[in-house]
Write a protein that binds this ligand. Sequence first.
Ligand code: ARG
Length: 453
Amino acid sequence: MKTEETITDRAVDPDILAYTVGDDPVLDRELTTWDCMGTAAHVTMLSEMPVEPPVVTKDEAARVREELAKVVAAAKAGEFTIEESDQDVHMAVERRLTETLGDLGKKIHTGRSRNDQVAVDVRLHVKDQLLGLEDELAALARALVDFGKAHDRVPLVGRTHLQPAMPSSVGVWATGHAEMLLDQTENLEAAYRLNDLCPLGSAAGYGVPLPLDRKRTSDLLGFARPLHNVFGASMARGEDEAALLCALAQMMSVLSRLAEDMILFSMPEFGYFRLPRAYCTGSSIMPQKYNPDVLELVRSKTAQVLGLATASLSLLHAMPGGYNRDLQDCKGLYMKGLSIARTTLRILAKVVAGMSIDEDALRRGFIPGVFATDVALRKVAAGTPWREAYHQVRDNLEALSSEDPDAAVAAKTHAGATAGLDWSFYASRLDALARSVAERRAAFDGCRRALLG
Ligand code: ARG
């Protein structure tokens, strides 16, 4: 039987090896920096461990960190490769360090398993990605707020069941979507906090008979704290990626509804909004076409992220406790979800920023029925009980006439309505989000620089 040698010196059938390694040599490229950061922290902690003789000395730890910084640079330059025989980034880094540092390279895995190692890598990666994503979310929310502010009191027919309902405004439409999006940071930050716990030191899921300082590695890496229970730490792998995917799926559904509104309101029959021609794609047969494909794909990408969230939960639900190789497959799922979500946020920010309005078309939408509720409420103001006023209008719908949409927009002055939008509310939410991301980013980058230069 033909077999392949791996760093763990176990001869494995090549077909079995390829199947079990899967996409790791490609996917793990995303993790190289984070793997090196995790190893730098682990080796630093090992060098401080109160054992005689030391597992690694402080000087040796410094040499390892220097070498890890070189690996990060090589990876950025595309000069660090993960071979199938390495299986994954963890073994590739160990191989490289053993090539450059000899026996010292063989010490870096002391008191560690790939199980806690990959879990750390994924968490650092997720934290980094989420900070980027929250910036992109803020940029889209800002684009929506800017669009709303630019066309604040321009009348827009509010719809329920897609039917003309009541007077509304472009300002209310745009900031409504912005606010829904900003609220998604609650789920995303819950996912961030779950991923902000350090599993390192749990090793294979059962700890090791060495005086590891788990708080120290957690602090060096900038985590909020270590996951306490070693077995629980091993089981959190996958769950926290699933939490992320669920948050992403919900955020995508918010984006999908925005995209759907934009498709509807920019179709010629409505004509409320106009997309830049350069953002629309044509037809190979119909010369007149300008299609909003970009927005249609937001719907399909949303379906995909929902599928990825479902896949990750399905993958987990029947697994026994402790590490199982199934967990490896969570990696591609969350990476794909993050990539789709981040691209979609960036694309939508661009499309929203480029969108213009047609005020005439927006006003043309105001058929008399749109004012029916306002008419009934004027009767209430004159003393008629609501239900009576409602029936008087309902029984005389043909008596409704066109009214001034601008006056209707100006009449709703309570909080959050057409004439009651609080722009400072959006400004302060956007500022608070930017500040929170910047603070977390500075702390995170500070840890990375301290470990890897
Ligand atoms: N590439 C593996 C993963 O992502 C690393 C962990 C392997 N651990 C093991 N016990 N086989 O899960």
